[in-house]
Design a protein around this ligand. Sequence first.
Ligand SMILES: [Zn+2]
Length: 499
Amino acid sequence: MLSRVAVLAILISFLVIIPAPSSTKDARSVELKDYYTPDHYPSFQEINHTLHQIAKDHPDIARVFSIGHTWGWDPKTGRYDWPKPLWTIKISDNPTVNESNEARVYIHWHHAREWIDPAFMMYLINALVKGYYTNDTIHWIVNHYEIYITPLSNADGYIVDGNGNPSNLSGDWGPGGWRKNARDLNGNGTLDIDNLWDATGEGVDPERNWDWYWSNGNDNPSDPDYHGPAPFSEPEVRAERDFIENYSIDAQCVLHSFSAAILIPWFYTSQNPPHGAFFRDFARHMALRTKIDGDASSHFSYGRPDEVIGYSAPGGSSDWVYGKLNKIGIAVEMEPTYTLYGDGFHPSTSKIRTYITDFYEAMIYFIEISNSKLKSKSEANNQPNAYIVWGYAHDDSGNPLMGVTVKIRNTANGDEIYTTTDEHGFYMLNLGTLQNKYSNTTTFEISVGDATQTFTPNNDLGSERRDFTVSSVPEFSETGLGLSILVATVAIFIAVLRE
Ligand SMILES: [Zn+2]
């Protein structure tokens, strides 16, 4: 039994270790550098090295792990003796912990010849890591979401298609290129690629191998979109499936190219899904954040594949994520557009930066809305649309108010959501996390302390900024909450002492 002295000692130590409000590492104490510059297509080797370097340099916000392996085709030996790990990076605060209150986003890619996508993912990873120290929005996203990225989930295919090196695209390579993985379909122990097109009876299309209307897919092994001998027959696809399920991914975005389009379910048919209005609404907001060839007045198109790129795609990953798991699943066809098509799968390296930055803001918006919780399909008609409200809270002197509660309330039905400002006085809330549907004429109240504003969520971009200047809000502070917990703890200890 503890002596009273020991209990008092514990109490005193508790007082001493009352946590100061958590603060982030000062940008000046971190060496900020760019891990990827979008002037080249990164190779398999560069991507692996860079991911591990980032995790080493930033263990507080990054972790790297493998979710599985490829078949392992090796161009040097022609045999399957090089199973490549599917390296995946997690970017979030507390990267070794799966925080149940944070939305989990998964970004990946499937088609070997679609080179702009791994480049985009490396740019995004770099932007998230660097932005954690330099950009309040990114800082918030890294603290409040878990972002998982597998830049080369078809690593074998990427090697087949030239490993990001344009000088490998001479002769028979050219436009067209390799799309599938490197499965040895004819079982002769090597990958038969005469002309480095994939119409040679080898390989499986990873984006047709998922178990959602898989049997509607193409069963001719010589076609670039061959769906494989069975659903989930491919190790790369099984690895992604297991990762998505085991990590309870909330929102998935698979990258493709080209066409400049944001694609939403259903992928397998020309029908709208139960949550079709929700998908279409946020896809429109994403599209409005895109540019075409650097021109901010033109945007990506959006809709179902049959509407936008002219064909349906059965057995795809996003349909499976949505249809099977009832989570958000979309695909993005990056640039170029068809009208800008030259070699659309391998754009000139001089276009990489433009094509990446044309889509970057839309990707950040997708991450922001990923904490929308899809209602069951039978309740989909009550699904609230995503809409981001963000801003800053300051005191009268302009100092950021940290740890104050920001509350949004639907005045029509009383639905409420909350968050707490960070050390920059910054906050972000998503109306997609409300309980019930609302319209773009619904009046919402947003308040910090006793300062209240009203708004209607009718901005075409699907977000708006609301700043607050507040004289005092002591009752909402985290420190106040901490003190309350301390007082309650002391009261319990005193009660124990009196036993
Ligand atoms: Zn593709």
